[in-house]
Design a protein around this ligand. Structure first.
Ligand SMILES: [Zn+2]
Length: 306
C-alpha cells in the first residue's frame, strides 16, 4: 500500500509564502513561545507500539481512520523568548535522512517567522536523536547560528551517545546506523559548545530544562512558568497514541519500562496542574492539555486564538 504524503492543498513551493501554517505563537505569562513545525516524516506504524498485540495497534489506527502500516510522525520545534534570551528547543531533522522530503524545514520556517538564527542565545536539546539535532547541520542554520552559541543538554546524554546501547530499541533499518553516526558527528563538531547539566538548568527567566530519562538516558523536558501560567514541552516523552495507551513502548525508547514510568508521571502531573503541553511528535501545533480518563488519558487540544 502506498500512502501519499502530499495531502495538503496547493502547498506551492516551500517558502515564506507557503499556505500551510507552520508556526503558532502564544504567551505563557511574560514568556513568548513559538511552536514551529519541522514537517512530517513517515515510519512503519509498528514503531508506535513494539509491545502491543498487533491487533490492538491495528484497532487503534483504524479507530482514527488511519492506514494500518504507515504513520506520519509530526515534528515540532519550539522557540522561547524570555528575559532578553532567545532559546531554540530542538532543531528538527535537517537533511540527514534523505527519504524525508517533507521534514527538515526549520531553517526556512525560522526565516518565515522573522527569527534570525544569529539572534538565538541558547540551544536546548531534549535528546540526541537525529530528528532533534539534524537541523543543526542544515544549510541556513548551521552557517547562521552564532559559532559559540551554548547548547544545553543533560550530561548523561553526551555520555550515553559516546557508546550508545540500542539493545532495547526496535528502530527500523537503517535508522540505528544513521542515529548513531549523527550523534557521533554532533559530539565531534559541537563538543566545544556543549553546556551539560546534571538534573536541571535554568536557561532564562521561567525557562528550566529538566532531565527525565526514559526515552533515552538524558531525555529532558522544558518547563515554562511565568505569572501563574505554565507550559511543559515534553520532547519525546509522549507520542500521539500514549494518551490512550501510555504503556505502549515506542520503538525509539532506549529504556521502555522507564519511559512508561516517566510518561505516566508527567501526564498525571500535567492533568493535575491543567497546564499547557507541547510535544515533539504530537500533531502541529500540539498545544493542548491532558485530562485523566479512567485508567488512561485524554488529549484536549487548545483552541487556536487568532
Ligand atoms: Zn523524536
Amino acid at each position: 500500500m502506498s500512502v501519499s504524503l502530499e495531502k495538503t492543498s496547493h502547498p506551492g513551493r516551500p517558502g515564506s509564502d507557503e499556505l500551510i501554517p507552520s508556526r503558532y505563537a502564544l504567551r505563557v505569562g511574560e514568556i513568548d513561545v513559538l511552536v514551529i513545525s519541522d514537517g512530517v516524516f513517515s515510519l512503519p506504524a509498528a514503531t508506535l507500539a513494539t509491545n502491543a498485540d498487533p491487533a490492538d495497534l491495528a484497532a487503534w489506527l483504524d479507530d482514527r481512520l488511519l492506514p494500518p502500516d504507515v504513520y506520519k510522525w509530526p515534528l515540532n520545534v519550539v522557540v522561547v523568548r524570555s528575559g532578553g534570551r532567545t532559546v531554540l528547543i530542538d532543531a528538527g531533522i535537517g537533511r540527514e535522512y534523505p527519504d524525508y522530503p517533507r521534514a527538515g524545514r526549520l531553517a526556512m520556517r525560522l526565516d518565515a517567522a522573522g527569527i534570525d538564527p544569529a539572534s538565538v542565545t541558547d540551544v536546548v536539546l531534549t535528546h540526541m536523536h537525529m530528528d532533534h539535532i539534524g537541523g543543526l547541520f542544515a544549510d541556513g542554520l548551521r552557517d547562521r547560528l552564532r559559532p559559540d552559541v551554548p547548547i544545553h543538554l543533560a550530561a548523561v546524554e553526551t555520555e550515553f551517545w559516546a557508546s550508545p546501547d540500542f539493545s532495547r530499541t526496535a528502530m527500523p533499518p537503517p535508522v540505528p546506523d544513521v542515529i548513531r553516526a549523527l550523534a557521533g558527528r554532533f559530539l565531534d563538531e559541537y563538543g566545544s559548545q556543549l553546556r551539560p547539566f546534571e538534573a536541571e538548568y535554568k536557561v532564562a527567566p521561567g525557562v528550566v530544562v529538566s532531565r527525565t530519562g526514559g526515552h533515552d538516558p538524558g531525555h529532558s523536558v522544558v518547563r515554562l512558568a511565568s505569572g501563574g501560567d505554565r507550559l511543559t514541552f515534553l520532547g519525546d516523552a509522549v507520542f500521539p497514541n500514549h494518551f490512550d495507551h501510555p504503556d505502549w513502548y515506542n520503538a525509539f525508547d532506549h529504556d521502555p519500562e522507564e519511559a512508561v514510568r516517566v510518561r505516566v508521571r508527567l501526564l498525571r502531573e500535567l492533568a493535575a496542574s491543567r497546564e499547557l503541553l507541547v510535544a515533539g511528535h504530537l500533531p502541529f501545533p500540539s498545544v493542548g492539555r491532558v485530562a485523566v480518563a479512567g485508567d488512561v488519558f485524554r488529549f484536549v487540544p487548545a483552541i487556536w486564538e487568532y
